[in-house]
Design a protein around this ligand. Sequence first.
Ligand SMILES: O=C(O)CCC(=O)C(=O)O
Ligand SMILES: [Fe+2]
Length: 212
Amino acid sequence: MSDLFASNEVEILDHGQGLFQIRNLVNTEATMAAIHEVAKQAPFRHMMTPMGHHMKVATTNCGEYGWIAQPSGYGYSRNDPESGQSWPAMPDTIRTISDDVIAHLNLPKYSPDACLINRYDIGTSMGRHQDKDEANFDYPIISVSLGLPAIFQVVGPKRQGKATYYSVSDGDVFILSGQARLYYHGVNTVKANPNQPELQQRYNLTLRRSQP
Ligand SMILES: O=C(O)CCC(=O)C(=O)O
Ligand SMILES: [Fe+2]
């Protein structure tokens, strides 16, 4: 096959230590439609961190629980603090991504109860952090990329140090499991793609299990 054509076949990349990437796994149109439905009920907002800063990414959630930042701390909440209502139910289109990942990687079956949705406008990044507000780290983090491409950085068990960089594109899924479940990670500044001037954002979903 010619290199001129980007493949859209599902491809599993084993990056080692429990880091996996599955390219082209997700039906991006259906997933974006599901995100827009969620955002109608629970609009994107820039949450305020305990440090008193607004997050750079705009965020919402669906599922039984949602991850929130508040001046009092980080964690999971059954309700959207903006509305006092429960978060929108996790649409099947989103829930089935996790079943698909589990099947492709032969991971133990589990049921995510939270899906954090991040929106990155052009010029937005995410600093190095661990996903550590969940009750049980045996469950993986399943991270879906949509829209503009990005560079995902994985550092390791400590915040400092040299990162490894992975390019993640529309429809890709990145999995932090096993040893890498608590690795520090972040996202480089999202840039416009000259070949896709109509795209102004990157979206990211993380499917998580928050409760034991
Ligand atoms: O946007 C991404 O690819 C990663 C997002 C992330 O790490 C998070 O929401 O905890
Ligand atoms: Fe994260």
